[in-house]
Design a protein around this ligand. Sequence first.
Ligand code: NAD
Length: 335
Amino acid sequence: MKILVTGTAGFIGSHLAHRLLDRGDEVIGVDNVNDYYDVNLKEARLKRLTDKAGFTEVRQDVADRAAMEALFAEHKPERVVHLAAQAGVRYSIENPHAYVDANLVGFMNILEGCRHNKVEHLVYASSSSVYGANETMPFSVHDNVDHPLSLYAASKKANELMAHTYSHLYNLPTTGLRFFTVYGPWGRPDMALFIFTKKILAGEPIDVFNHGHHRRDFTYIDDIVEGVIRTLDHVAEPNDQWSGATPDPGTSKAPYRLYNIGSNNPVELSRFIEIIEERVGKKAEKNLLPLQPGDVPATYANVDDLIDDVGYKPATPVEEGIARFVDWYRDFYNV
Ligand SMILES: NC(=O)c1ccc[n+]([C@@H]2O[C@H](COP(=O)([O-])OP(=O)(O)OC[C@H]3O[C@@H](n4cnc5c(N)ncnc54)[C@H](O)[C@@H]3O)[C@@H](O)[C@H]2O)c1
């Protein structure tokens, strides 16, 4: 298949592109390689992809309407996986406009491209952060998510709503994936595992928010990629049982689906740090701090729909995933 993947210089997009290329798909990879974090890491991820047959790199902004129209017209992708976005909860407190450009305008351009070019299936990244103030655990796609706590979360929820209108109006099959704290080799420098590993190795203190008591459903990158591929191959269908009298938020009369992709096994931040310390072989010096604005105390994914529809449940133990990250980090940065 010819698949347009956005965000291919990014953490999840680069891993996904490798898997798609390895199984023989053609990948058109779009990324503007912005400097939200270390551009050298993005270039290194891309370099491994451009060395592979079947990969076409397109360096452009998904918010650039004319460029995106031209891209769809030229390449005519059969399916689209849209991962490019301004990520990060904390950054959205300081830089709200970045989220409107990349996550709302960019998403609009993807929807229009899919609509006008008869794309068979659009799969896009949502986030566990859409659960916001919800406290019923584990989080289910059938729960309402009307109380986001950051503009990042609101932009992801907005994507789900925008997708629904295109599924309804143009019969465009769309699948939104709510990823839960993704970690692993080639991971993001703005996320906890990267920051902690770097600082512990350098003998510097680490900031531990919520006194280490948050619980996160940390999900290993290969498990995320497996979930993306399984759902990409399973084109969203209408739910014939859906009723407007008792509207189910996770499905629709239109070909619209949502899935959580999470490990279904929350781990406390303090335990997560202990596992890093064990693998690095050094104790962390910790600054214990309160919960940050926009952060939620716990995440926990209900993955029943993923199991029922595509027969998959993430399974990598956090000890194994952290070990693979730490080994990658030490090798890549030579420390
Ligand atoms: N990593 C996680 O824990 C996590 C959790 C939930 C959701 N997500 C979502 O998954 C997706 C991928 O996340 P990631 O962790 O790989 O992040 P990432 O920042 O590593 O990757 C995103 C990529 O998109 C590119 N990009 C950003 N804005 C762009 C624009 N306007 N035009 C073109 N390219 C642009 C960036 O350069 C980057 O390479 C994002 O949509 C993110 O919100 C990630």
